[in-house]
Design a protein around this ligand. Sequence first.
Ligand SMILES: Nc1nc2c(ncn2[C@@H]2O[C@H](COP(=O)(O)OP(=O)(O)O)[C@@H](O)[C@H]2O)c(=O)[nH]1
Ligand SMILES: [Mg+2]
Length: 310
Amino acid sequence: MAALLRRRTGLTAYILVMGSTGTGKSTFINLASGSDLRVGTGLHSQTATVELSRSFKHKSQRIIMVDTPGFDDTVKSDADVLTTIATYLERLYRKGIRIRGIIYLHRITDNRMGGTALRNLRMFEAICGEPAMASTVVVLNMWDQVQPGVAEARETELRKSDIFFKPTVNAGAQMKPHWGNQDSAAAILDYLVARRPVVLKIQHEMADEHKAIHTTSAGLVLLGDLAAKELKHAEELRRIREERAEARSRKDADEEGGLEDSEKSVEALRRKLAEEQQRLLEATNQASDNHGGFHRKLIMFLRRRLQLGH
Ligand SMILES: Nc1nc2c(ncn2[C@@H]2O[C@H](COP(=O)(O)OP(=O)(O)O)[C@@H](O)[C@H]2O)c(=O)[nH]1
Ligand SMILES: [Mg+2]
């Protein structure tokens, strides 16, 4: 039985699907696999956990697609999303199951790489690592939502620009359009199932190098991102406090009251950020002592600051 199971899972191609929330991951998976994963635009439609498609056959290849939550900092914090994805991928690797191909979805309608799109791309790169790009397709969809001429110019920009997909494509990823129909989904699967199975960077870091989540490349990208947000909040808080002191000296109670509310909401954001960092630190599977000096110092610094903040 075990041998049969091993043979069967060995034959199944696991396709990992990543991208920001709302880029059409679940829709693509449903179309390709005949599954019934939740789709939508509201908060309720967001995938907060890793979900699997039903096991299906594409030509003679059995496939399971792995749907992942995006890094959007809404329903779940980014730290929780990373922990969810990393833990799932590590477990898969320990079971001996390898990822055959990766789909990174991006809407052609996104004319600017805003904060969320960029954060998702950086997290995707850090989780998967450069060697996995040879087994990756960057899928551009939602072509029906933009004018043809505009869409083509945008595709060129996405492909050629350093902050978009140029490094991804240079590392071996394909960039393919998806027209929202079965044929284009099938063409993408055709390409991916012919790839060699890969070990993702985060799987190697966690399972082979015994790194804690926050010291993996993806964990460090996230901590850097949280630190940048924190700096922004600190600056905002300083400005509000200055204005509040000024309002007080002018005896403008109305304005002071309004600024007090702003101060409270920025402080609440800072607390949320501190908690998120704390959770990432707690999601460790190893003591941090066996890591390099830089990591150790970073963690000590964060811990000290969290203690001060509470
Ligand atoms: N026009 C168009 N809309 C799409 C396409 N794929 C998904 N959508 C819509 O985009 C929204 C988000 O899709 P969903 O699959 O839930 O995205 P996810 O959050 O990445 O799983 C839904 O309203 C879908 O109907 C597509 O290829 N073309
Ligand atoms: Mg989804």
